[in-house]
Design a protein around this ligand. Structure first.
Ligand code: IDP
Ligand code: MG
Length: 134
């Protein structure tokens, strides 16, 4: 029973489409605690760090354009095994693979604009919390 924390970010499409409340409700319904939250505008340098593993992908410029197209909501979310748990309620990256009942499965209809980011390991969670919350 290990309590963990993860970095969750509601992407610009989620904010623009007015889905912040519905997505946060799913996180709270699951029983996780939001222990920090802020709205912020990202710039290209922080995204080059955050998405360094994707820098050579053909979709990378488009991803940066999208992620800088409006504010995001940055959060620290805590709970038992929350890193894996959040990835499950988010659903798979590619919208066509994201199952109904997941956030991406229910709300996303493109792969780039897929509403939500969640850390994928304890190491990335700590690095991302440091990156966005200092
Ligand atoms: P994740 O967000 O599920 O962890 P990553 O592979 O880390 O997925 O990719 C980061 C983000 O980059 C995705 O959430 C999505 O916005 C975008 N992305 C990933 N793969 C593709 C793709 O094949 N086409 C377009 N955008 C992509
Ligand atoms: Mg990822």
């Amino acid at each position: 029973m290990e309590r963990e924390r993860t970095y969750i970010m509601l992407k610009p499409d989620c904010v623009r489409r007015g889905l912040i409340g519905r997505v946060i409700a799913r996180i709270e319904d699951k029983g996780y605690q939001i222990t920090a939250m802020k709205m912020m505008q990202l710039d290209e340098p922080i995204l080059r760090e955050h998405y360094a593993h994707l820098a050579d992908k053909p979709f990378f410029p488009n991803l940066v354009n999208f992620m800088t197209s409006g504010p995001v909501v940055a959060m620290i979310v805590e709970g038992e095994n929350v890193i894996v748990g959040m990835r499950k309620i988010m659903g798979k990256t590619a919208f066509e693979d994201a199952e109904p009942g997941t956030i991406r499965g229910d709300f996303a209809n493109t792969t780039t604009e897929n509403l939500i980011h969640g850390s994928d390991s304890p190491e990335t969670a700590e690095a991302e919390i440091k990156r966005f919350f200092g």
